[in-house]
Write a protein that binds this ligand. Structure first.
Ligand code: UDP
Ligand code: MG
Length: 320
């Protein structure tokens, strides 16, 4: 029988939560008769998370494990899980019991009902104010940039059609922007579901202000890359041409002014001595530089090696 649901869980130092989380997921799956797999990606934990994943998956073949050689971040962990997921619907969930496995059937129904992506919305959130205030701001800006009207982009609990996760590449701090990646790659049917949210029961949050700011930089670069990645020359070339032309026109105008403004005829020195000429020269040089930058970018994108950004050194319970 084919697998209906893959639950993808990134794990970084979550040893206390794992037994409770996996039992809870299994309980929900069994109660609804779903065929399922749970992919636990150990993202370089320094606690006993991997040993616990190994033990749990010995007695339950639905549990599958991937072990990273070190900590690569939540995005890399999700990406690795997405590559392996065979379920018709793929659900991501944090390992810390803040997201409730009881939401799985509702999310599953929304995807099989025709949506590409369903994002959880922690409407009543149980996090400190130092997280909720930046989060409101972040969500507003992301809505504005993406045109996707979600309240809670950062919610770890999300569901996708299998095809969506196979067609996106999640890296850096991009886990916050997966609905944007989905939309840009041709999967625009994005819905939202209000989900239960609990305070963290064990351990501590791994995301502070620094990662939050990194996320913003990733958003800017990814919006830019999304627009120009196929043709960087369209961006750099245009800027370069504008700069070059500005310099060229100024020079041309200075020459004309000298030729027609002076009765004693045209002298090159009188053009070259003017401050405006230096400005023109700088504009021409910048123009050429931008053009060259465009060429290099163009070469890089066409030669770009599709190298994996993370290394997996152990796999449990996968058939392939
Ligand atoms: N996580 C991860 N790699 C990291 C940081 C976090 O896989 O480098 C996992 C973490 O174990 C959890 C999820 O990502 O399952 C969300 O992390 P956390 O609960 O710390 O974030 P918060 O809920 O505070 O935003
Ligand atoms: Mg959490």
């Amino acid at each position: 029988m084919s697998t209906q649901i893959s639950v993808v869980v990134p794990v970084f130092n979550e040893e206390e939560s794992l037994p409770e989380l996996t039992h809870w997921i299994s309980r929900v799956m069994n109660a609804h008769g779903f065929s399922y797999e749970v992919i636990l990606i150990n993202d370089g934990s320094t606690d006993k998370s991997w040993e616990i994943i190994q033990n749990l998956s010995e007695s339950n073949s639905h549990l599958k494990g991937l072990n990273f050689t070190r900590n690569y971040g939540k995005s890399a962990a999700l990406d690795a899980g997405f590559k392996k997921a065979v379920g018709e619907v793929v659900i991501t969930m944090d390992a810390d019991l803040q997201d409730s496995p009881d939401e799985i059937p509702g999310l599953y129904a929304m995807i099989t009902g025709g949506l590409d992506v369903v994002s959880g919305w922690k409407k009543e959130r149980h996090d400190p104010i130092s997280k909720t205030i930046p989060s409101k701001f972040f969500n507003g800006v992301t809505r504005w940039i993406s045109g996707i009207q979600l309240h809670d982009f950062n919610c770890g609990l999300k569901a996708y059609r299998n095809k969506v996760v196979k067609n996106i590449h999640v890296y850096g701090e991009m886990h916050r922007y997966i609905p944007l990646l989905a939309k840009w790659n041709g999967f625009p049917k994005i819905g939202e579901k209000v989900v239960l949210h609990q305070a963290r029961k064990y351990g501590y949050s791994k995301f502070g202000l620094e990662r939050f700011l990194n996320g913003f930089l990733d958003l800017i670069s990814v919006s830019f890359v999304h627009r120009y990645k196929k043709k960087p020359m369209h961006f750099f070339g245009l800027l370069g041409t504008l700069s070059f032309l500005t310099g060229f026109i100024i020079t041309f105008w200075l020459i004309l002014e000298k030729i027609y403004g002076l009765s004693q005829g045209f002298k090159v020195r009188e053009v070259v001595d003017q401050p405006l000429f230096f400005l023109a020269l700088v504009a021409i040089i910048i123009g050429v530089q931008l053009f060259v930058t465009g060429f290099i970018a163009e070469l890089m994108t066409s030669n770009q090696a599709k190298e994996a950004e993370y290394k997996i050194d152990e796999e449990i319970n996968f058939d392939f």
